[in-house]
Design a protein around this ligand. Structure first.
Ligand code: SAM
Length: 228
C-alpha cells in the first residue's frame, strides 16, 4: 500500500469507526481495560509535553502548531495556559470534536483555531510545532518528508512522539497481526529512534529533552528538538 492509499485509509478510519473509538479513548466515558490503559499512557505523554512547556515559563502568547491534533487533548490545555494554538487534523470529525470540546470550555472566543487539514498542506511559521502519535500512520520511507515539512514550519522547536521500533515491540506487533479480528484498524508503523533523530538533525534540529512512556498497551517515545 502506498502513502496516498495509507492517507485515504487513515482519513476514512478517523472519520468513522476510528473516530468513535478514539473519541472515547481520549475522553472520560467508560471504556474497556485496554482502552483505559491507552488513555492513561497517552495522558502521560500529553502531561509531559505540558510540563516541559510550562517549565520554560513562556507559554503565554507562544505560537504552537499542533499537527494531527485529534480531539484536542493537547491543544486545549495549551490554549488554557495562554498559548496561541493552531490545531489541525486530517479527519474532519476529530477536529470538529476538538472544536466542540474547546467551545464547551472557553466559549466561542478562544485562542485556539482548529482546521481540518492534512499536515502536509500546513504552511506558516510557528514557534513550536508539535506532532503527537501521528507517525504511527507513516511508513518509514514517508517519515523523512513528513518530519522535514514540520521542521520547515518551526521557528525554534519541534516536539514529536512515535511508537519506537524495538525488538520486544516488533514481536508484540507480530503477535497482534496473527489475530486480526474485528478490532484491527489501520496499519501501525513503528520507527527507529536513531532514524528519527537523524532526520531531525538533517533538518537542523538537535535533541533537547526526551521521555519514554510505556504502559501495557501504549508505547510512545517523545523527543523535543531545538533548531541549532
Ligand atoms: N495528536 C493527537 C493526540 O495525541 O491526542 C491525536 C493522536 S491520534 C493517534 C492520530 C491523529 O493523527 C488522528 O486524529 C488522525 O486523524 C491524525 N492524522 C493522521 N494522519 C494525518 C495527516 N497526514 N495529517 C493530519 N492529521 C493526521
Amino acid at each position: 500500500m502506498n502513502a496516498v492509499d495509507d492517507k485515504t485509509v487513515v482519513r476514512e478510519y478517523f472519520n468513522a469507526t476510528g473516530f468513535d473509538r478514539w473519541r472515547r479513548i481520549y475522553g472520560t466515558e467508560e471504556v474497556n481495560k485496554v482502552q483505559l490503559d491507552i488513555r492513561k499512557g497517552h495522558q502521560q505523554t500529553v502531561d509531559r509535553v505540558l510540563a516541559w512547556l510550562q517549565a520554560d515559563g513562556n507559554l503565554q502568547g507562544l505560537s504552537i502548531c499542533d499537527a494531527g491534533c485529534g480531539v484536542g487533548s493537547l491543544s486545549i490545555p495549551l490554549g488554557q495556559a495562554g498559548a496561541m494554538v493552531y490545531g489541525s487534523d486530517i479527519s474532519e470529525k476529530m477536529v470538529a470534536e476538538a472544536y466542540q470540546r474547546a467551545k464547551a470550555l472557553f466559549g466561542p472566543s478562544n485562542t485556539i483555531s482548529f482546521a481540518a487539514q492534512d499536515l502536509e498542506s500546513l504552511s506558516g511559521r510557528y514557534h513550536t510545532v508539535i506532532c503527537l502519535d501521528v507517525l504511527i500512520h507513516y511508513p518509514q520511507d514517508k517519515a523523512g518528508e513528513m518530519i522535514g515539512h514540520l521542521c520547515s514550519l518551526a521557528q525554534d522547536r519541534v516536539i514529536l512522539s512515535f511508537a519506537p521500533k524495538t525488538v520486544a515491540l516488533s514481536a508484540l506487533k507480530k503477535v497482534g497481526e496473527l489475530f486480526p479480528g474485528p478490532s484491527k484498524t489501520t496499519r501501525a508503523y513503528q520507527h527507529r529512534e536513531a532514524d528519527i533523530i537523524a532526520i531531525l538533525a538533517k533538518n537542523g534540529f538537535a535533541i533537547a529533552r526526551q521521555e519514554m512512556t510505556s504502559t501495557r498497551f501504549y508505547y510512545s517515545r517523545l523527543l523535543e528538538a531545538i533548531r541549532r
